[in-house]
Design a binder for this molecule. Sequence first.
Ligand code: ADP
Ligand code: MG
Length: 722
Amino acid sequence: PHPARLAALQAIQQRTPVDCAPAQPLEEIWASDVFTLARMKSALPKESYKAVRRVIRDGGRLDLAVADVVAQSMKDWAVSQGAHYYAHVFYPLTNSTAEKHDGFISPQGDGQAIHEFSGKLLVQGEPDGSSFPNGGIRSTFEARGYTAWDITSPAYLMRTPNGVTLCIPTVFVSWTGEALDKKTPLLRSNAAMNRQAKRLLHLLGNDEVAPVNSSCGAEQEYFLVDTQFATLRPDLLLAGRTLFGAASPKGQQFDDHYFGAIPERVQVFMQDVESQLYRLRIPAKTRHNEVAPGQFEIAPVHEAANVATDHQQLIMTTLRSTAKRHGFTCLLHEKPFAGINGSGKHVNWSVGNSTQGNLLDPGRTPHDNLQFLLFCAAVIRGVHCHGPLLRAVVATAGNDHRLGANEAPPAIISVYLGQQLEQVFQQIQRGEATGSSNGGVMRLGVDTLPEFPKDAGDRNRTSPFAFTGNRFEFRAVGSGQSVAGPLVAMNTVMADSLEWISDRLEAEMGTGQSLEQSAASVIRQIMNQHGAAVFGGDGYSDAWHREATDDRGLENLRNTAEALPVLRREEVRSLFQRHGVISPVEMESRYEVYGEQYTLAIEVEAKVALSMVRTQISPAVQNHLSALASSLQQQQSIGLQPETRVLHQIAELHGRMDDHATALAGELHQLHNGDTAAAMTHCADVLLPRLQQIRETVDALENLVDDDRWPLPSYREMLFVR
Ligand code: ADP
Ligand code: MG
């Protein structure tokens, strides 16, 4: 191999698993770095503690006097753990996590310094947010964005080799109150869903109805590549994915990685990640190898959506930072390697409360069934009315490589119910369900539903949105994405459907029909109007693509350039405005920011590809060509008739690569000639196909050029050497 690759290979051979302290008992580390309610209870005066509880439960603002007391005890705890700094943590529109750090230090008049932290600083910070994308909401002269503590998500300690920081999860809003982040709409969407769910639950005759919240359990897939290799790949470092790389002779075709033994170095890494997560009270539960070589998964137990979302961000941060310590680079990109399975983030989602339980769980009594069927029907209606929106919230440059590539669900959004549940809905649609309960026909609200299988065996892996026994699993979400966007969409769509159902139910019952008759009639209407979104077959097949778009009228938005403009559609704007989740101004800014993110990602890819071609690949090919040429000359000089075909082949590929690169450079210049929509289209229709053409020539060259000269670690090395 090339000397740089050889050095990397040798260094990796020398590696041993990082020395980690043996896993500590769970009871000792669980939540040890979180300022939990229990900690507050013991640290705060009774009245202050009660006030905190009240705000967590009912919303509203923390009284400044109480906030002072909370801040004081929070600071004392953090300082006792070694913290000198605190940070307001917020979630900008970039899928990342941002922090603004400040010291507790407060110099005193007498030359001394003490630690100080006030309630005001706890509940409101004022970061210089001018460098965060805001899609034109704030002009720089009024670049003031406020962070405000989300009291429903507890403060915690972040430990790094540089010290300990008290972290306070916050929302990030402009001084005029517009959301500049991902948390604000999530909290609002939960409130909207809660309002509508409670209304329906009351209509169904429940006397006591506790606040309804959404839950989320997200399965995170990721790749680990040795850092020795990653640092030799500018594309991995700067674009998060390989822009070049010939297929490895051994790929994932043997499926021997899936659920296979976890390599030791990786296992030690996982343990390290988990013990950090446990300290943060993040219930990491499953770990295993994924389909592709070098690919793994981590999934926590589900939690309240808002907390789960913050935890998800922490999981991504922890995976990345811990990987570094173990000599790995953690790739959260959706498609780091062409031809190899990509990474997703299955978002398991349900809604429920403490009085009625999980509302997407079929339950044991007839009354539960009726409730369950209506909530399920709400999802069906939501997916049908707003499929394009669900597509738009998973639209990123990285995820485009996955969706529709027959490894992940297609870009067409349909909903899978499982055979039995689908039959139940069809029976109701045919009007059979309210008839007699003889002959296996179910009487809605009287008979009990069959147990729906929860095991993975019965699941349709090709569906983007699947019922899995007591929740829906949104499988189209990308591995590097924040789960906030998808959760906001699901909650809001749910709120909208629940409202529609309550309106219809009230109308039907107003004509003197029973609750059961009314419910059956509402479900029938939903199936008649929206049943087209229900699909249990093979989502990967061409037949489905035809049927979905031609017969069922479902949209197939193939890439981000097609999907993001959905955010500007009137029905989407009014949906979010009606439910008080995202205002039209906020929505427009989101469209602009996400559009910019998409074009920026592809612009970076194009620039990195050009520089790799010109400074790494082309020189390697030229060196090899001249060596070949002189060898041929020598052979001729002693009277041999050398084989020149390979030389010509390489020269021809090199010429083509060069032509495409020149064309790409010109096309890059045209990127910013129009508005966001034009730039996205230019990326999707011009830059990406050109990148692909360059890639084909480069990958062909990789298989022809002397291995000693090829500077980039190969797929074989990156995927299999650990
Ligand atoms: P699989 O890989 O078979 O889909 P996993 O066990 O890896 O399943 O992950 C399932 C995820 O779904 C977990 O995070 C789990 O906590 C979550 N989950 C289970 N029940 C619910 C629910 N009612 N609401 C939301 N998430 C749930
Ligand atoms: Mg799953």
